[in-house]
Design a protein around this ligand. Structure first.
Ligand code: FE2
Ligand code: FE2
Length: 168
């Protein structure tokens, strides 16, 4: 959870840079919405940490803040496609990260967090779809090999109910 908490900080800063680097106002706004959802995720993960009697790991916080700012700055030199591709790939991992966290919550005896964690997995699923779609709009993006397609959105809760392990 500490990793997810600081990871969302990195994501927020990366998207601030990304939103600034795109020219199309519609894309700017769409990435802005995603950035706000990452801020929300961080707040919710922060609440879970607090409820577990834990807090953020200061070293992780510092390093992830740096990562987010560097990635955000690189968006200005990476062209249009590279940041879209990188974001989609990272979001693909985020889905699974929250699916794993939901399973760990059960094992840790705090099932009250399961719903929140699965919902965050679903929002990361939306993010992955958005960036996948953007990569596929690009003439070169269409020709690139792409990360694995996640199962349908409903499958996140179905797999959890069945007790299937989360996997990429
Ligand atoms: Fe997130
Ligand atoms: Fe995300």
């Amino acid at each position: 959870m500490q990793l997810a908490y600081s990871g969302e900080l990195a994501a927020t800063h990366a998207y601030i840079g990304h939103a600034r680097s795109v020219r199309d106002p519609a894309e700017k706004a769409e990435i802005g919405v995603i950035e706000k959802q990452e801020i929300e995720h961080r707040e919710r993960v922060g609440e879970i940490l607090a409820a577990l009697g834990a807090g953020p790991d200061p070293r992780r916080e510092r390093s992830q803040l740096r990562v987010g700012k560097v990635v955000g700055a690189l968006c200005h030199v990476g062209g249009w496609l590279i940041p879209m591709y990188g974001a989609g790939w990272l979001e693909r991992g985020n889905i699974v990260e929250y699916e794993i966290a939901a399973r760990l919550a059960v094992e840790a005896g705090v099932p009250e967090f399961v719903d929140d964690l699965l919902e965050m997995a679903e929002v990361e699923w939306d993010h992955e779809q958005y960036f996948r779609g953007k990569v596929r709009e690009h003439w070169m993006g269409r020709r690139l090999p792409i990360w694995s397609m996640p199962p349908p959105r409903e499958a996140i809760r179905e797999a959890f109910e069945r007790g299937d392990p989360a996997r990429r």
